[in-house]
Write a protein that binds this ligand. Structure first.
Ligand code: B16
Ligand code: MG
Length: 180
């Protein structure tokens, strides 16, 4: 193996925004009187916002929502989520994460983010980690989210490396399937 680049998932690997996702989806679910718990939340790891909403709505037994309604619901969740992200500070990332990323770069590896999130840059900015990465591939530059490999293929391209030269660090099944 000749690994020249590392592609890190964001939520669940670099930062723990998974709890904020849970709280935001739970707030929406409670408003709509939909059952939602941590087990359902775990099924949302790595997949897109709209796909996550479809899973949440599996437990909704009222009228069907139009695409426009669903976009509004996804926006509502994102508004809750972004207000929680306001709490994020540089000290939410341990010194160990920063020193590990710095050490990997010192060893000559190129580092990228490969995240399904459209909020990835905002999060990296808040925790002051943007400058540690050579490239960001996220929910804003993909058509298909994990388990589709697009986000990682793009990350490798942004690093000017082949996918064979990259390894992926992931926490979610959808992301591991995408990486493979
Ligand atoms: P957003 P990752 C993913 O981030 C989350 O794991 C997943 O729960 C979320 O639905 C997705 O981002 C989209 O996030 O609503 O912020 O665009 O694990 O791929 O870094
Ligand atoms: Mg993740």
């Amino acid at each position: 193996m000749n690994i020249k680049g590392l592609i890190f998932d964001l939520d669940g690997v670099i930062v723990h925004t998974d709890q904020y996702h849970y709280q935001a989806w739970k707030k929406l679910a409670d408003r709509l009187e939909i059952y939602f718990d941590e087990d359902i939340n775990n099924r949302l790891r790595g997949i897109s916002r709209m796909e996550s909403l479809d899973i949440l709505l599996e437990n909704y037994h009222g009228n069907t929502f139009s695409l426009q309604d669903k976009e509004k619901l996804a926006d509502e969740k994102n508004t809750y989520y972004r207000s929680l992200l306001e709490n994020m500070m540089p000290d939410h990332v341990s010194d160990e994460v920063r020193s590990t990323l710095a050490e990997l770069r010192n060893r000559g590896l190129k580092l990228a983010i490969g995240s399904s999130s459209k909020n990835a840059k905002l999060i990296l900015n808040k925790v002051e980690l943007l400058s540690y990465f050579d490239a960001i591939s996220d929910g804003t530059n993909i058509t298909y989210s994990k388990p589709n490999p697009e986000v990682f293929i793009k990350a490798a391209q942004y690093l000017s490396l082949s996918t064979e030269e990259c390894a992926v660090i992931e926490d979610a099944n959808a992301g591991i399937d995408a990486a493979k």
